[in-house]
Design a protein around this ligand. Structure first.
Ligand SMILES: [Zn+2]
Length: 202
């Protein structure tokens, strides 16, 4: 990198701050950007600035949005009685892309993790209670990840919601579609066996 002009070195250093981008990749990206015409580079820079300035958290669901409330929260065609709880905006995006859910969302921005010093007060849980207390939500679908923290958060939410007239459900977990039983870990197989479904009985 010491053979490059200082302005290029500065760009490489900025790019290498991105996750998963080491110095080699950053150099390759920077050299690639230099081959673009000025208009393309300006458009890239502008889209970064505009996204940073205009994308914020929706004050209702805490998903990422460039309007407040976001388009999902404002959509009257979505089931207003069904609320899916996810850890991160990326989980919301994944669920939306799957087309599997047509209710509303609530993004916690993490999971309860005492080992990492994250308690319920560090997440958007108080805000969730306010939404549920409103009385319109009938079912909470807890779609936190199926690791230890995700499960602990799900059971915390289950206890927390006991005083409210709302059903708390958990997304199913088990054998992933297209996978081979012999390659799965014991916990996954055990969970799949516990949550087996009836395919019809005689
Ligand atoms: Zn929203």
């Amino acid at each position: 990198m010491q053979y490059y002009p200082p302005l290029l070195v500065r760009l490489i250093k900025h790019l290498s701050r991105l996750p998963g981008i080491g110095e080699k990749t950053a150099t390759r990206l920077a050299l690639h950007i230099l081959r673009w015409d000025c208009e393309e580079v300006r458009s890239l820079a502008n889209s970064m600035i505009e996204a940073k300035e205009k994308v914020a958290l929706c004050s209702t669901c805490f998903g990422l949005a460039d309007t407040d409330p976001c388009s999902l929260c404002r959509n009257p065609n979505r089931d207003q009685t069904l609320l899916c709880i996810v850890e991160q905006p990326s989980d919301l995006a994944a669920l939306e892309q799957s087309g599997a859910f047509n209710g509303l969302y609530h993004v916690l921005h993490g999971t309860i993790s005492p080992l990492n010093g994250v308690g319920p007060e560090d997440l958007k849980i108080q805000e969730l209670v306010v939404r549920v207390a409103d009385g319109r939500i009938r079912e909470l679908v807890v779609a936190t990840n199926t690791n230890v923290e995700g499960e602990a958060t799900a059971s915390y939410l289950f206890d927390l919601m006991k005083p409210y007239p709302v059903t708390v459900t958990r997304i199913a977990s088990g054998v992933p579609v297209g996978s081979d039983l012999k390659y799965l870990d014991g916990v996954t197989i055990k969970r799949a066996m516990e949550r087996r479904q009836n395919l019809g009985s005689a």
